[in-house]
Design a protein around this ligand. Structure first.
Ligand code: GLC
Length: 749
């Protein structure tokens, strides 16, 4: 049907609009999710992020209005104009996001000769070489527009005025806010402005560029170096709804095993069974709770994946059995790089079956990682994923309880893999350029599925590299940070934005990975770690050791205090994960998530919420013993003293080294357990509810904490209601044993 020079056809929930500029397919996935697809390539790249979900058969109303094709759902409206410009509105006619009609203003202000000189001295001149990308969309930017999300990017909570790149990058230097890319590519953006909030998810795995008003204050753009223009406009009445819609598309973090929420100790430096035994024994003798010990490279025989170093770690299985008797769960590192060594079974099998990526001439591609010359499994192939997945059983048979996937950007010590290295994309050939950003994602998928097959438990996978949607398979950590105060400060916005990007289970290396930590930095970092979904202390061989006891009595006591607090709060964290699997809400959230209309939250880089009820205001600055804390509307209570604080204002609170300012919102009911040295030490017989002033409701879940029976309903539900002076509980039991006792601890009354 013609409309000016554009025409359209409706196929169910999909509207195909053609003009002289080409074709755009607009599909209504749900009333508030609209998919925009402009095919620019003969080959169709299947989504890696949006899998296992299909459009809800929402029937859009389509008509012509003036020179536009208008597509309406009950909550959104899109107008498509000649030139395939598109504007997105709320159903009430409020304009949310308009295509920018003019060209980008790209200026190179420096002469080519000067550019050359700058480059020769090692300056980054990439900004001077800005260009239009073959896949590009430019959107108008409003004066008050803020941007959140984008995964693990460095810098601050609000990404406005910065530019980023999606190209999974292993860079061990100190990450600064000038970095454009780290290990993860999550091209999901939330924008907030007076007209409302919405999300844009650019589903394209090629190297891509996001410039949020840095180039020009009138627009922001997304550009990719290959693939199609493939994005989702994600509506919602508020930020939680936008995140919920995004995770509806890309998947939600599944409920993890309870022990994974305890404390994890790691160091690339436990070089023998004796080292590990000593660390484990120290936790128990000093009564510092700990569930997990991570095994870095040295447990392997010559860094060959899926092997065991008997020389230094003893007979396979023995150490892990000892650890298990003492309540420790062991998690090994597994890198993708397979040592190139005829006679090594992983290498031989992979060569025989054609499981490694190849150069265009058909030879197996070789680069260098930890084991020396190494080859790369082709995780885009379902057969390779099944093969790799099957190898997890070797690890679970040894007694490992989860798997830590690293170096899967993929990292390479002998220069980056060339773009044209031949990778597989499901059933056909693809390239490194197309598959690089989803390599870690596909490796995590293989690991998750393999672990699930191996022991039937909720798989615990940690990955460094990932793409949008990896949250379905894996928890993440932010890679090689350093023991710098700036990196402690950056941990807060990084974890907040990872949460907004779907990654409910994320953490930073507590104490900092590279460089030497200090007692004070470790104390402040453990205070952030105790409230991070993944709580792991990790460091490498070339730095000072940083287990909780490595410094003085005060540092030890502070570490113990916050690790114990984490163990008390385990049911609260667990409930958040349980809810999060249904809603997609992150566990750790920026204040703006619940208070988007409060300008003081928009750029709050120094505080965060755990769930809706706990506000954490950690000290992030060396030497500081006071913290300026912003509390949003309502009354808040100091978690430790019960003192009331009025919301909607700043308070300067005392924060000596052993205090991390922590507040509970009025009406909060917070479930706690007694401190155990590890999950499973004794049954959790008593639930202690901390009751803060004010009416409120809280739902607590309990199940076996291990397998998937909860998905068939084997989960008890406790609904607590506080009204007036009374707390009432309604228990809906479905298969799990009852608490022997529920205690109420009134705070702040
Ligand atoms: C990488 C990882 C780090 C690990 C090291 C050795 O740098 O990011 O966590 O300890 O490799 O395996």
């Amino acid at each position: 049907m013609p409309s000016g020079s554009i025409s359209y056809e409706v196929h169910g929930s999909q509207v195909d609009i053609s003009s002289e500029d080409g074709l755009v397919c607009v599909t209504v996935w749900k009333d508030d999710i609209i998919h925009v697809f402009r095919p620019l390539q003969p080959k169709r790249y299947g989504s890696k992020a949006v899998t296992g979900v299909t459009p809800e058969q929402a029937e859009p109303v389509v008509c012509e209005e003036g020179d536009a094709v208008v597509i309406r759902t009950p909550s959104l409206m899109v107008k498509v104009y000649d030139g395939l410009f598109m504007d997105f509105y709320r159903a009430d006619g409020t304009l949310l996001c308009a295509d920018y009609r003019k060209e980008r203003q790209i200026r190179s202000v420096i002469s080519p000769r000067m550019q050359k000189l700058l480059a020769e001295e090692g300056h980054d001149i990439s900004r001077l070489l800005e260009r239009n990308y073959p896949v590009q969309t430019i959107k108008c930017m409003d004066g008050d527009e803020k941007f959140y999300g984008l995964g693990d990017k460095t810098g601050f909570l609000n990404k406005r005025n910065y530019e980023y790149e999606n190209w999974n990058t292993d860079d061990p230097h100190a990450h600064t806010d000038a970095y454009k890319a780290l290990y993860k590519s999550v091209p999901f953006l939330i924008t907030l402005k007076s007209q409302g909030v919405f999300g844009l998810f650019f589903d394209n795995t090629f190297r891509s560029h996001i410039n949020l008003g840095k180039e020009n204050r009138n627009y922001f753009y997304y550009g990719a170096e290959g693939g199609d223009l493939d994005y989702y406009f994600i509506g919602g009445n508020n930020m939680p709804e936008v995140v919920s819609n995004y995770t509806y598309l890309t998947g939600r973090t599944p409920l993890p095993q309870l022990w994974t929420l305890g404390y994890h100790q790691s160091r690339w430096g436990y070089e023998s069974a004796q080292d590990v035994r000593e660390v484990a024994a120290k936790f128990r003798s000093l009564k510092i709770p700990c569930d997990t010990i991570h095994f870095d490279l040295d447990y392997m025989d010559g860094f060959r994946v899926f092997t065991w170093n008997e020389g230094d770690f003893g007979a396979p299985g023995r150490l892990l059995e000892e650890l298990a008797r003492d309540g420790f769960k062991a998690v090994p590192i597994i890198d993708p790089g397979v040592k190139r060594e005829p006679g090594y079974d992983m290498y031989d099998e992979g060569v025989k079956e054609g499981y490694f990526v190849k150069s265009p001439d058909g030879e197996i591609y070789v680069n260098v990682v930890w084991p020396g010359e190494a080859v790369y499994p082709d995780f885009g192939s379902p057969d390779v994923r099944a093969w790799w997945g099957g190898k997890q059983k070797y690890l679970t048979d040894l007694g490992f309880k989860g798997v830590w996937n690293d170096m899967n950007e993929p990292a390479s010590f002998r220069g980056e893999l060339p773009d044209d290295i031949v990778f597989t994309d499901e059933d056909g050939p693809s390239s490194h350029a197309a598959m690089h950003n989803c390599y870690g994602h596909l490796m995590s998928q293989a690991t998750y599925e393999g672990l699930k097959r191996a022991d039937g438990k909720r798989p615990f996978v940690i990955t460094r590299a990932c793409y949008a949607g990896t949250q379905k398979y894996s928890t993440v950590w932010t890679g090689d940070n350093q023991s710098l105060w700036a990196h402690l400060a950056m941990a807060v916005p990084q974890l907040c934005n990872l949460g907004l990007s779907g990654f409910a289970f994320a953490g930073t290396d507590v104490g900092g990975f590279g460089a030497d930590t200090t007692p004070e930095l470790l104390c402040r970092w453990v205070q952030v770690g105790a409230f991070s979904p993944l709580f792991r202390n990790h460091s490498p061989k070339n730095t000072k050791r940083q287990e909780p006891w490595q410094f003085d009595e005060e540092t030890l006591a502070i570490n113990r205090k916050y690790i114990e607090l984490r163990y008390r709060l385990l049911p609260y964290f667990y409930d958040l994960f349980f809810e999060g699997e249904k809603t997609g809400y992150p566990v750790l959230r920026p204040l703006v998530f619940h208070y988007e209309n409060d300008p003081e939250t928009w750029n709050n880089n120094g505080e965060f919420l755990v769930g809706e009820n706990l506000l954490v205001a950690p000290v992030l600055e060396q030497g500081a013993t006071k913290k300026s804390v912003y509390l949003p509307e309502g009354t808040w209570y100091d978690f430790f003293t019960g003192k009331a604080f009025a919301g909607g204002q700043y308070h300067l609170v005392d924060a000596p080294l052993d205090v991390c300012p922590l507040f509970a919102k009025e009406g909060s009911l917070i479930p706690t357990y007694e401190v155990m040295q590890y999950v499973g030490e004794r049954p959790y017989d008593t639930l202690k509810m901390l009751v803060f002033p004010g009416d409120g409701q809280y739902v607590h879940y309990r199940d076996n904490g291990v397998d998937f029976a909860y998905r068939d309903g084997a989960s008890d539900r406790y609904v607590f209601t506080r009204s007036g002076g009374n707390v009432d509980v309604k228990i809906d039991r479905n298969g799990y044993e009852k608490y022997k006792k529920i205690e109420y601890i009134m705070i702040g009354t």
